[in-house]
Design a protein around this ligand. Structure first.
Ligand code: SIN
Ligand code: CO
Length: 397
Protein backbone atom coordinates (compact mmCIF):
# COMPACT_ATOMS: atom_id res chain seq x y z
CA UNK A 1 0.00 0.00 0.00
CA UNK A 2 1.24 3.49 -0.73
CA UNK A 3 1.73 6.01 2.07
CA UNK A 4 -1.19 8.27 2.91
CA UNK A 5 0.75 11.52 2.53
CA UNK A 6 -0.22 14.19 -0.02
CA UNK A 7 1.85 14.16 -3.21
CA UNK A 8 3.97 17.18 -2.26
CA UNK A 9 4.83 15.89 1.22
CA UNK A 10 7.44 13.15 1.17
CA UNK A 11 8.06 11.04 4.31
CA UNK A 12 11.25 13.09 4.83
CA UNK A 13 9.32 16.37 4.67
CA UNK A 14 6.62 15.00 6.97
CA UNK A 15 9.13 13.86 9.59
CA UNK A 16 11.11 17.08 9.35
CA UNK A 17 8.31 19.67 9.28
CA UNK A 18 5.18 18.05 10.75
CA UNK A 19 6.03 15.19 13.12
CA UNK A 20 5.42 16.49 16.65
CA UNK A 21 5.49 20.03 15.23
CA UNK A 22 2.33 20.81 13.32
CA UNK A 23 -0.96 19.24 12.28
CA UNK A 24 -1.70 18.05 8.77
CA UNK A 25 -5.08 17.55 7.15
CA UNK A 26 -5.02 15.02 4.32
CA UNK A 27 -8.24 14.95 2.35
CA UNK A 28 -8.95 11.43 1.07
CA UNK A 29 -5.68 10.15 2.51
CA UNK A 30 -7.13 6.73 3.35
CA UNK A 31 -10.20 5.98 1.21
CA UNK A 32 -9.56 2.24 1.85
CA UNK A 33 -11.18 2.66 5.28
CA UNK A 34 -14.56 3.55 3.81
CA UNK A 35 -17.08 0.74 4.21
CA UNK A 36 -15.00 -1.35 6.64
CA UNK A 37 -17.22 -0.56 9.62
CA UNK A 38 -20.63 0.89 10.35
CA UNK A 39 -21.65 2.43 13.68
CA UNK A 40 -23.59 -0.71 14.69
CA UNK A 41 -20.43 -2.84 14.32
CA UNK A 42 -18.53 -0.72 16.82
CA UNK A 43 -21.43 -0.45 19.29
CA UNK A 44 -21.79 -4.24 19.13
CA UNK A 45 -18.05 -4.84 19.48
CA UNK A 46 -17.95 -2.55 22.52
CA UNK A 47 -20.23 -5.01 24.31
CA UNK A 48 -18.03 -8.06 23.76
CA UNK A 49 -16.39 -9.56 26.79
CA UNK A 50 -12.68 -9.29 25.93
CA UNK A 51 -12.85 -5.78 24.49
CA UNK A 52 -11.31 -2.69 26.09
CA UNK A 53 -13.92 0.04 25.69
CA UNK A 54 -15.19 3.21 27.32
CA UNK A 55 -18.66 4.72 27.23
CA UNK A 56 -18.70 8.47 27.78
CA UNK A 57 -21.98 10.25 28.50
CA UNK A 58 -22.36 14.00 28.52
CA UNK A 59 -25.39 15.31 30.40
CA UNK A 60 -24.36 18.97 30.34
CA UNK A 61 -21.27 21.13 29.83
CA UNK A 62 -19.85 20.03 33.17
CA UNK A 63 -21.56 16.74 33.78
CA UNK A 64 -19.79 13.83 32.17
CA UNK A 65 -19.92 10.15 33.06
CA UNK A 66 -17.47 7.43 32.16
CA UNK A 67 -18.07 3.68 32.21
CA UNK A 68 -15.26 1.31 31.38
CA UNK A 69 -15.65 -2.15 29.85
CA UNK A 70 -17.11 -4.69 30.35
CA UNK A 71 -20.11 -2.94 28.82
CA UNK A 72 -23.45 -4.57 28.09
CA UNK A 73 -26.67 -3.79 26.22
CA UNK A 74 -28.13 -2.14 29.33
CA UNK A 75 -25.36 0.46 29.30
CA UNK A 76 -26.60 1.60 25.90
CA UNK A 77 -30.18 2.16 27.08
CA UNK A 78 -31.38 5.59 28.22
CA UNK A 79 -28.40 7.46 26.83
CA UNK A 80 -28.30 11.26 26.85
CA UNK A 81 -28.32 13.04 23.44
CA UNK A 82 -24.53 13.37 23.54
CA UNK A 83 -22.38 10.33 24.09
CA UNK A 84 -19.43 8.45 22.65
CA UNK A 85 -18.17 4.92 22.77
CA UNK A 86 -14.46 4.18 22.29
CA UNK A 87 -13.02 0.75 21.49
CA UNK A 88 -9.27 0.11 21.70
CA UNK A 89 -6.99 -2.25 19.85
CA UNK A 90 -9.16 -2.70 16.76
CA UNK A 91 -6.41 -4.48 14.84
CA UNK A 92 -7.17 -7.44 17.11
CA UNK A 93 -10.67 -7.65 15.69
CA UNK A 94 -10.08 -6.71 12.08
CA UNK A 95 -7.01 -7.73 10.12
CA UNK A 96 -8.41 -5.64 7.24
CA UNK A 97 -8.19 -2.54 9.41
CA UNK A 98 -4.81 -3.63 10.85
CA UNK A 99 -3.40 -3.75 7.33
CA UNK A 100 -4.08 -0.03 6.96
CA UNK A 101 -1.14 0.62 9.31
CA UNK A 102 1.05 0.29 6.23
CA UNK A 103 -0.34 3.62 4.98
CA UNK A 104 1.65 5.09 7.88
CA UNK A 105 4.74 3.03 7.11
CA UNK A 106 6.95 6.13 7.13
CA UNK A 107 6.86 5.95 10.95
CA UNK A 108 8.78 2.99 12.48
CA UNK A 109 6.32 0.30 13.45
CA UNK A 110 7.71 0.02 16.98
CA UNK A 111 5.93 3.31 17.69
CA UNK A 112 2.51 1.88 16.81
CA UNK A 113 0.28 1.83 19.81
CA UNK A 114 -3.13 0.74 18.62
CA UNK A 115 -6.09 1.65 16.45
CA UNK A 116 -9.02 2.99 18.45
CA UNK A 117 -12.50 3.46 17.04
CA UNK A 118 -14.87 6.05 18.38
CA UNK A 119 -18.55 6.29 17.61
CA UNK A 120 -20.70 9.30 18.43
CA UNK A 121 -24.15 10.47 17.34
CA UNK A 122 -24.58 14.09 16.22
CA UNK A 123 -23.21 16.44 18.88
CA UNK A 124 -21.19 13.74 20.68
CA UNK A 125 -17.54 14.28 21.61
CA UNK A 126 -14.98 13.36 24.25
CA UNK A 127 -14.39 17.01 25.12
CA UNK A 128 -11.52 19.41 24.59
CA UNK A 129 -8.24 17.79 25.57
CA UNK A 130 -4.71 16.90 24.60
CA UNK A 131 -2.89 13.56 24.50
CA UNK A 132 0.71 12.56 25.17
CA UNK A 133 0.81 10.55 21.96
CA UNK A 134 0.72 11.39 18.27
CA UNK A 135 -2.35 10.37 16.36
CA UNK A 136 -3.64 10.10 12.83
CA UNK A 137 -7.40 10.56 13.07
CA UNK A 138 -9.10 8.86 10.15
CA UNK A 139 -12.76 9.48 9.45
CA UNK A 140 -14.37 6.11 8.70
CA UNK A 141 -18.08 6.93 8.54
CA UNK A 142 -20.13 10.13 8.74
CA UNK A 143 -18.57 13.48 9.54
CA UNK A 144 -16.73 15.03 12.45
CA UNK A 145 -15.77 18.66 12.97
CA UNK A 146 -12.27 19.02 14.37
CA UNK A 147 -10.91 22.08 16.07
CA UNK A 148 -7.25 22.38 17.01
CA UNK A 149 -6.00 25.02 19.42
CA UNK A 150 -3.18 25.72 21.85
CA UNK A 151 -0.15 23.60 22.70
CA UNK A 152 -0.21 21.93 26.10
CA UNK A 153 2.33 20.30 28.40
CA UNK A 154 2.21 18.22 31.58
CA UNK A 155 1.51 21.39 33.59
CA UNK A 156 -1.67 22.16 31.61
CA UNK A 157 -4.56 21.73 34.00
CA UNK A 158 -7.64 19.68 33.35
CA UNK A 159 -11.05 20.47 34.85
CA UNK A 160 -11.25 19.16 38.41
CA UNK A 161 -13.69 16.41 39.41
CA UNK A 162 -14.36 15.08 35.92
CA UNK A 163 -14.05 11.40 35.00
CA UNK A 164 -12.22 12.29 31.78
CA UNK A 165 -9.35 14.68 31.09
CA UNK A 166 -10.91 17.80 29.59
CA UNK A 167 -10.57 21.56 29.74
CA UNK A 168 -12.53 24.61 28.52
CA UNK A 169 -9.89 26.77 26.94
CA UNK A 170 -8.47 25.72 23.60
CA UNK A 171 -6.70 29.06 23.06
CA UNK A 172 -6.75 30.44 19.49
CA UNK A 173 -7.97 27.92 16.95
CA UNK A 174 -5.39 26.96 14.34
CA UNK A 175 -7.70 24.63 12.43
CA UNK A 176 -11.45 24.18 12.16
CA UNK A 177 -12.52 21.66 9.54
CA UNK A 178 -15.17 19.02 8.94
CA UNK A 179 -13.79 15.61 8.00
CA UNK A 180 -15.52 13.21 5.65
CA UNK A 181 -14.94 9.46 5.24
CA UNK A 182 -11.39 8.78 4.06
CA UNK A 183 -9.98 12.09 5.37
CA UNK A 184 -7.01 12.06 7.77
CA UNK A 185 -5.98 14.60 10.38
CA UNK A 186 -2.54 14.25 11.94
CA UNK A 187 -2.58 15.70 15.47
CA UNK A 188 0.84 16.00 17.14
CA UNK A 189 1.11 15.02 20.80
CA UNK A 190 0.27 17.85 23.20
CA UNK A 191 -1.80 19.83 20.68
CA UNK A 192 -5.28 20.51 22.07
CA UNK A 193 -8.10 19.07 19.98
CA UNK A 194 -11.87 18.82 19.99
CA UNK A 195 -13.88 16.64 17.65
CA UNK A 196 -17.65 16.88 17.53
CA UNK A 197 -19.79 14.48 15.49
CA UNK A 198 -21.80 16.22 12.78
CA UNK A 199 -23.91 13.13 12.21
CA UNK A 200 -23.63 9.41 13.08
CA UNK A 201 -19.89 9.17 12.95
CA UNK A 202 -16.96 6.79 13.31
CA UNK A 203 -13.40 8.06 13.75
CA UNK A 204 -10.38 5.76 13.84
CA UNK A 205 -7.33 6.91 15.81
CA UNK A 206 -4.04 5.40 14.64
CA UNK A 207 -2.04 6.14 17.77
CA UNK A 208 1.76 6.31 18.02
CA UNK A 209 3.52 6.26 21.34
CA UNK A 210 7.04 6.39 22.75
CA UNK A 211 7.96 4.46 25.90
CA UNK A 212 8.33 6.28 29.21
CA UNK A 213 11.36 5.98 31.47
CA UNK A 214 9.53 3.82 34.01
CA UNK A 215 8.79 1.27 31.24
CA UNK A 216 12.42 1.31 30.19
CA UNK A 217 13.66 0.74 33.75
CA UNK A 218 11.23 -2.10 34.18
CA UNK A 219 12.49 -3.74 30.99
CA UNK A 220 16.14 -3.15 31.88
CA UNK A 221 15.38 -5.09 35.03
CA UNK A 222 13.74 -7.91 33.08
CA UNK A 223 16.63 -8.04 30.60
CA UNK A 224 19.05 -8.43 33.52
CA UNK A 225 17.30 -11.73 34.28
CA UNK A 226 17.44 -12.99 30.70
CA UNK A 227 20.20 -11.22 28.75
CA UNK A 228 20.98 -12.56 25.29
CA UNK A 229 24.02 -14.85 25.40
CA UNK A 230 26.61 -12.39 24.09
CA UNK A 231 26.01 -10.04 27.02
CA UNK A 232 28.40 -10.39 29.97
CA UNK A 233 27.03 -8.68 33.06
CA UNK A 234 29.77 -9.68 35.45
CA UNK A 235 30.94 -6.10 35.93
CA UNK A 236 27.54 -5.39 37.51
CA UNK A 237 28.03 -8.10 40.13
CA UNK A 238 31.22 -6.66 41.70
CA UNK A 239 30.59 -4.83 45.00
CA UNK A 240 31.16 -1.05 44.79
CA UNK A 241 34.21 0.56 46.38
CA UNK A 242 33.15 3.31 48.78
CA UNK A 243 34.80 5.48 51.45
CA UNK A 244 32.34 6.12 54.27
CA UNK A 245 32.89 8.89 56.82
CA UNK A 246 32.40 8.51 60.60
CA UNK A 247 28.69 8.56 61.46
CA UNK A 248 25.93 6.94 63.52
CA UNK A 249 25.91 3.17 62.87
CA UNK A 250 22.19 2.87 62.06
CA UNK A 251 22.09 5.67 59.52
CA UNK A 252 22.27 5.37 55.76
CA UNK A 253 24.19 8.47 54.79
CA UNK A 254 22.53 10.38 51.88
CA UNK A 255 25.99 11.31 50.62
CA UNK A 256 26.78 7.60 50.32
CA UNK A 257 23.54 7.04 48.41
CA UNK A 258 24.55 9.85 46.05
CA UNK A 259 27.99 8.29 45.54
CA UNK A 260 26.39 4.98 44.63
CA UNK A 261 24.02 6.73 42.22
CA UNK A 262 26.99 8.46 40.55
CA UNK A 263 28.84 5.16 40.21
CA UNK A 264 25.75 3.49 38.80
CA UNK A 265 25.14 6.27 36.24
CA UNK A 266 28.83 6.31 35.28
CA UNK A 267 28.76 2.55 34.70
CA UNK A 268 25.57 2.75 32.66
CA UNK A 269 27.08 5.52 30.55
CA UNK A 270 30.36 3.75 29.85
CA UNK A 271 29.58 0.02 29.70
CA UNK A 272 29.30 -1.51 26.22
CA UNK A 273 27.67 -4.54 27.86
CA UNK A 274 24.98 -2.25 29.21
CA UNK A 275 24.48 -0.76 25.73
CA UNK A 276 23.65 -4.24 24.48
CA UNK A 277 21.38 -4.93 27.42
CA UNK A 278 19.66 -1.59 26.99
CA UNK A 279 18.98 -2.31 23.33
CA UNK A 280 17.35 -5.57 24.38
CA UNK A 281 15.35 -3.73 27.07
CA UNK A 282 14.11 -1.11 24.59
CA UNK A 283 13.19 -3.80 22.07
CA UNK A 284 11.10 -5.72 24.60
CA UNK A 285 9.56 -2.51 26.00
CA UNK A 286 8.39 -1.13 22.67
CA UNK A 287 7.18 -4.49 21.35
CA UNK A 288 5.05 -5.11 24.41
CA UNK A 289 1.31 -5.11 23.80
CA UNK A 290 -0.90 -2.91 25.92
CA UNK A 291 -3.79 -5.32 25.41
CA UNK A 292 -3.89 -9.06 25.93
CA UNK A 293 -3.70 -11.22 22.86
CA UNK A 294 -6.95 -13.05 22.09
CA UNK A 295 -6.68 -16.82 21.97
CA UNK A 296 -7.58 -18.21 18.56
CA UNK A 297 -9.81 -21.22 18.31
CA UNK A 298 -8.92 -22.15 14.75
CA UNK A 299 -5.73 -24.02 14.23
CA UNK A 300 -4.06 -24.05 10.88
CA UNK A 301 -3.42 -27.21 8.97
CA UNK A 302 0.13 -27.84 7.84
CA UNK A 303 -0.77 -29.57 4.55
CA UNK A 304 -3.27 -26.84 3.74
CA UNK A 305 -0.70 -24.09 4.34
CA UNK A 306 1.78 -25.96 2.16
CA UNK A 307 -0.76 -26.21 -0.65
CA UNK A 308 -1.93 -22.57 -0.36
CA UNK A 309 1.65 -21.33 -0.60
CA UNK A 310 2.38 -23.50 -3.63
CA UNK A 311 -0.79 -22.18 -5.24
CA UNK A 312 0.34 -18.58 -4.86
CA UNK A 313 -0.71 -17.47 -1.36
CA UNK A 314 1.45 -14.73 0.19
CA UNK A 315 2.67 -14.25 3.74
CA UNK A 316 2.69 -10.90 5.50
CA UNK A 317 3.01 -9.64 9.04
CA UNK A 318 -0.22 -9.55 11.01
CA UNK A 319 -0.28 -5.96 12.25
CA UNK A 320 -1.90 -7.18 15.43
CA UNK A 321 1.55 -8.49 16.36
CA UNK A 322 4.26 -6.12 17.53
CA UNK A 323 7.24 -7.43 15.62
CA UNK A 324 10.68 -5.82 15.44
CA UNK A 325 14.35 -6.63 15.18
CA UNK A 326 17.80 -5.30 16.04
CA UNK A 327 20.93 -5.99 13.99
CA UNK A 328 24.49 -7.12 14.84
CA UNK A 329 23.55 -9.65 16.02
CA UNK A 330 20.14 -10.05 14.31
CA UNK A 331 17.63 -10.54 17.11
CA UNK A 332 13.86 -10.69 16.70
CA UNK A 333 11.23 -9.62 19.20
CA UNK A 334 7.48 -10.21 19.11
CA UNK A 335 4.91 -8.96 21.60
CA UNK A 336 7.48 -8.11 24.25
CA UNK A 337 9.48 -11.35 23.98
CA UNK A 338 12.94 -11.90 22.60
CA UNK A 339 12.60 -14.89 20.25
CA UNK A 340 15.58 -16.86 21.48
CA UNK A 341 14.89 -20.09 19.60
CA UNK A 342 14.87 -18.97 15.97
CA UNK A 343 17.17 -20.54 13.43
CA UNK A 344 18.78 -18.36 10.75
CA UNK A 345 16.09 -18.96 8.14
CA UNK A 346 13.28 -18.17 10.56
CA UNK A 347 15.03 -15.00 11.75
CA UNK A 348 15.57 -13.80 8.16
CA UNK A 349 11.94 -14.52 7.26
CA UNK A 350 10.51 -12.66 10.26
CA UNK A 351 12.85 -9.73 9.62
CA UNK A 352 11.57 -9.38 6.07
CA UNK A 353 7.96 -9.62 7.23
CA UNK A 354 8.66 -6.97 9.89
CA UNK A 355 9.95 -4.72 7.10
CA UNK A 356 6.58 -5.02 5.38
CA UNK A 357 7.56 -7.52 2.69
CA UNK A 358 5.05 -9.97 1.29
CA UNK A 359 6.65 -13.37 0.86
CA UNK A 360 5.79 -16.11 -1.61
CA UNK A 361 6.55 -19.82 -1.96
CA UNK A 362 9.43 -18.81 -4.24
CA UNK A 363 10.92 -16.63 -1.46
CA UNK A 364 10.65 -19.49 1.03
CA UNK A 365 12.30 -21.90 -1.39
CA UNK A 366 15.19 -19.49 -1.95
CA UNK A 367 15.62 -19.03 1.81
CA UNK A 368 15.68 -22.78 2.44
CA UNK A 369 18.10 -23.37 -0.43
CA UNK A 370 20.80 -21.79 1.77
CA UNK A 371 20.53 -24.77 4.10
CA UNK A 372 22.54 -27.98 3.74
CA UNK A 373 19.27 -29.94 3.73
CA UNK A 374 16.68 -27.72 1.96
CA UNK A 375 13.84 -30.26 2.13
CA UNK A 376 14.20 -30.65 5.87
CA UNK A 377 14.58 -26.88 6.31
CA UNK A 378 11.32 -26.34 4.42
CA UNK A 379 9.48 -28.93 6.52
CA UNK A 380 10.68 -27.21 9.69
CA UNK A 381 9.81 -23.78 8.34
CA UNK A 382 6.27 -24.80 7.39
CA UNK A 383 5.74 -26.15 10.88
CA UNK A 384 7.00 -22.91 12.40
CA UNK A 385 4.84 -20.88 10.02
CA UNK A 386 1.78 -22.74 11.23
CA UNK A 387 2.62 -21.73 14.79
CA UNK A 388 3.15 -18.12 13.77
CA UNK A 389 -0.19 -18.07 11.96
CA UNK A 390 -1.90 -19.59 15.01
CA UNK A 391 -0.19 -17.08 17.28
CA UNK A 392 -1.41 -14.17 15.14
CA UNK A 393 2.02 -13.03 13.99
CA UNK A 394 1.69 -13.88 10.32
CA UNK A 395 -1.15 -13.65 7.81
CA UNK A 396 -1.56 -15.96 4.84
CA UNK A 397 -3.64 -14.78 1.92
C1 SIN B 1 -12.40 10.60 19.25
O1 SIN B 1 -12.19 10.06 18.16
O2 SIN B 1 -13.53 10.95 19.55
C2 SIN B 1 -11.31 10.85 20.19
C3 SIN B 1 -9.98 10.77 19.60
C4 SIN B 1 -9.03 11.70 20.29
O3 SIN B 1 -9.43 12.76 20.71
O4 SIN B 1 -7.85 11.40 20.41
CO1 CO C 1 -7.41 12.95 21.76
Amino acid sequence: MTFCLPEKITPEIFLRDYWQKKPLLIRQGLPQIIGLFEPADIIELAQQEEVTARLIKQFSEDNWQLKRSPLNAKDFEKLPAQWSVLVQNLEQWSTELGKLWSAFGFIPQWQRDDIMASYAPRGGSVGKHYDEYDVFLVQGYGHRRWQLGKWCDPSTEFKPNQPIRIFDDMGDLILDEVMAPGDILYVPSRLSHYGVAEDDCLTFSFGLRCPNLADLLDHVNQAFDQPYPEIDLNEFNIPLRLSPSVQKTGKLDPAMVQTMKQQLLAKLASSTQFDRLFQQAVATAVSTRRYDLLETEEYCDLDEIHLFLQQGAVLSQDNNCKLLYTENPLLLYANGEWLDELNEIEAELLKRLADGEQLTWQNLTTLCAQSTDPANAMALLLDTLCNWIDDGWVLIQ
